[in-house]
Design a protein around this ligand. Structure first.
Ligand code: SAH
Length: 233
């Protein structure tokens, strides 16, 4: 009994050590990841720098420690995913974030993307519809580093009308169409990056011109988990 208890304590301890230590090995793997996504076509040095800084393995279960720096999406709680680093970099690059921009993100998930936006100096407002994911982020010590991220539990389709308008809106789940309420919360001159489609999504960039008219640009194909309506307790 005593032996069992001490083994359990030791393994919990090891598990925590492994998850929240940013070793030279992790840093080396992160450098390689940055070179991989650079080769895939990401050119914005500020975005690459942010990815190089953030310990992605902190955002994943320790079971994924060995693979956290592969350019792949991984499962998080509630059948959701942390996006592939290339996808995070691609969306962030298209968003053209400047320091102090007010950025609305739909789909907080692991909060990795929100951290990339915060590293770029944005004022981030991020919404998650899964209560469990929202609650986990409240306890996640690393995020204390970013007082410029505000977390909201709610339905992203509604946006945050009382906090808008926003310079940028980023949707990180597959939207069936372009939600008008989110377009309405964009400032004139603002931009939205959104993956649109069901099985496969087309990345789109919506630009609201100074006169309020909308221009739509079409980019590459991606796979995201669906953007669902309402909240989940
Ligand atoms: N940006 C995340 C990616 C998470 S995957 C990251 O960096 O890890 C997409 C997330 O969008 C999921 O957590 C899902 O629960 C959330 N989501 C889906 N529909 C939503 C909605 N209507 N409002 C808010 N969040 C939503």
């Amino acid at each position: 009994m005593f032996l069992n208890a001490s083994i359990n304590t030791a393994s919990v301890y090891l598990c925590i050590m492994r998850t929240f230590e940013d070793t030279y090995r992790h840093k080396g793997l992160r450098n390689k990841l940055v070179e991989t996504i650079r080769k895939k076509g990401i050119t914005d040095e500020k975005v690459l720098e942010a990815i190089n800084k953030i310990p992605r393995h902190f955002f994943l279960d320790s079971a994924f420690d060995d693979v956290a720096y592969e350019d792949r999406a991984f499962p998080i709680a509630e059948k959701q995913t942390i996006s592939q680093p290339y996808t995070v970099a691609y969306q962030t690059q298209l968003l053209e974030v400047k320091p102090r921009h007010k950025v609305l993100e739909i789909g907080t998930g692991s909060a990795y993307q929100a951290s990339v936006l915060a590293e770029l100096g944005a004022q981030v407002y991020t919404i998650e519809r899964q209560k469990k994911l929202f609650d986990e982020n409240k306890k996640f010590f690393y995020l204390k580093k970013y007082p410029n991220i505000k977390f909201f539990y709610g339905d992203g389709y509604e946006g945050l009308p009382t906090y808008g308008p926003f310079d940028r809106v980023l949707i990180t789940a597959a939207a069936p169409g372009i939600p008008q309420k989110l377009v309405d919360q964009l400032k004139p001159g603002g931009m939205m990056v959104i993956p649109v489609g069901n099985e496969v999504q087309t990345m789109k960039r919506i630009i609201k011109k100074e006169d309020g008219s909308i221009k739509e640009e079409v980019y590459d194909k991606f796979h995201f988990v669906p953007m669902l309506g309402g909240k989940n307790e």
